[in-house]
Design a protein around this ligand. Structure first.
Ligand code: G1P
Length: 313
């Protein structure tokens, strides 16, 4: 029988310094997009793709994450007594069975590649997924599921990719494209955070990966790269060079960089607008705000705002 992807690694050891002071006491992965922690979006996406075992690579100060995936007996009892079955349902949807979740500590912040390598004993010798919870993807068919379906045909290694602008490219791992087959792209190699001049393409890797166990072995010999960190990209590049089995997948959907404040806010707005219980009221607020901003812009450009006011936009 052909192997399926059933294990996923979630590197969650980062300090979340961009969200201080909130992240002084709350892991960044618990920060809510509307009312659900960032990590929940990632877990749901992994589940939809068939993942059964969830491996978290954590660090000191992340115990709130473990509590989040634990039962909350007092809370549940309280809700039952009050007959709040709808809220109980919401809680149940976050449940991950006890044996399905594992936590591993990354003792030193040596980079994403090192974090993933920390999971090698639990992965052993099978292909696995990696999801970076900072990257939230809104899509009709969840991003990892799209990738798993494509991977069934290619096998090997696959990374989620998207086109980015010149001024953004040096923030990403970038594909050196060999064959562009529409959604699927084969890669000659990958470069982590290249300068614009050195970027081999504008196809950037997002935080979704399907990897062979070989990448775990290579990670153990990977020397620190960009930023003095052990880079996952560098180990995948090794497979591209030696095995010619690395593919990019142009996923369908919108990716939000929730590791940045601006990206987090954009996701918050878009996700809130999609919520039936919030949508109308929130959309009204957004329209009014957009109208006000439009009026301010016109004002600062020295133009009349009468039209805007009279239409009430
Ligand atoms: C990491 C990876 C990078 C990838 C990015 C996607 O970088 O190293 O290759 O493009 O995630 O979000 P980071 O954003 O953690 O610096």
């Amino acid at each position: 029988m052909r192997q399926k992807i059933t294990k996923a690694v979630f590197p969650v050891a980062g300090l979340g310094t961009r969200f201080l002071p909130a992240t002084k006491s709350i892991p960044k992965e618990i920060l809510p997009l509307v009312d659900r922690p960032l990590i929940q979006y990632c877990i749901d996406e992994a589940r939809a793709a068939g993942i059964k075992e969830f491996i978290f690579v954590t660090s000191r100060g992340k115990s709130a994450l473990e509590d989040y995936f634990d039962n909350a007996p007092e809370l549940e009892k309280n809700l039952r007594q009050k007959g709040k079955t709808d809220v109980l349902e919401i809680l149940r949807a976050t449940d991950v069975e006890s044996g399905g979740i594992a936590y591993i500590r990354q003792k030193k912040a040596l980079g994403l590649g090192h974090a993933v390598a920390c999971a090698h004993r639990l992965i052993a010798n099978e292909p696995f997924a990696v999801l970076l919870p900072d990257d939230v993807v809104a899509a009709d068919k969840p991003c990892l599921q799209q990738m798993v379906e494509a991977w069934e045909e290619t096998r090997g290694n696959m990374v989620g990719v998207m086109q980015v602008d010149d001024d953004q490219i040096s923030s990403y791992g970038v594909l050196d494209v060999k064959d562009d087959m529409n959604r699927l792209v084969s890669a000659r190699g990958l470069v982590e955070k290249p300068s614009l001049a050195d970027a081999p393409s504008r196809l950037a890797v997002i935080g979704r990966y399907i990897l062979t166990p070989r990448v775990l072995r290579d990670l153990r010999n990977t020397q620190p790269g960009v930023g003095g960190e052990i880079q996952l990209t560098d180990a995948i590049n090794q497979s591209a060079i030696e095995e010619d089995n690395v593919y990019g997948y142009r996923f369908e959907g919108k990716r939000y960089d929730c590791g940045s404040k601006a990206g987090f806010l954009e996701a918050t707005v878009d996700f809130a607008l999609k919520r039936p219980e919030l949508g109308d009221q929130f959309a009204r607020f957004i329209r009014l705000t957009a109208g006000r901003l439009g009026a301010d812009e016109l004002k600062s450009a020295g133009l009349k705002t009468a039209t805007l006011k009279s239409t009430g936009s």
